[in-house]
Ligand binder design. Structure first.
Ligand code: AMP
Ligand code: ZN
Length: 112
């Protein structure tokens, strides 16, 4: 499958990995929008939140179980924001479900 993030998980495209387990892979965003900007992704290809179901939601649960550890290791003691973009109106640009973890500064209140 021609998916950028599947290739990153497979090691075919390099990434700055910060965390990995059986279900989850996390790495630094190539174009950070905050001092810390990490992408946390399921190792199963799901195009977006639109493809989350009872059959695969363990991958989403595992993402959220990993996020506190990822945030702590990144030093985000002041807090952080988790965002996922789904579809054109949200400007999703990579068609593999991913969660942005942003922090390291006071983030703007406005989210859209
Ligand atoms: P979205 O716009 O929500 O689909 O987010 C896609 C994110 O992937 C953007 O923040 C990009 O900067 C990031 N991105 C694209 N290519 C790479 C890459 N090769 N390595 C790391 N992050 C990437
Ligand atoms: Zn994929």
């Amino acid at each position: 499958m021609d998916c950028l993030f599947c290739k990153i998980i497979a090691g075919e495209i390099p990434s700055k990995k910060v965390y990995e387990n059986e279900y989850v892979y996390a790495f630094h965003d190539i174009n950070p929008q905050a001092p810390t900007h990490i992408l946390v992704i399921p190792k199963k290809h799901l195009a977006s939140t639109d493809e989350v179901s009872g059959e695969n939601s363990i991958y989403v649960a595992k993402v959220f179980e990993a996020i506190p550890q990822i945030a702590a290791e990144a030093g985000l003691t002041g807090g952080y924001r988790v965002i996922t973009n789904c579809g054109a109106d949200a400007c999703q640009s990579v068609g593999h479900l991913h969660f942005h973890v942003l922090g390291g500064k006071q983030l703007p209140e406005n989210m859209g």
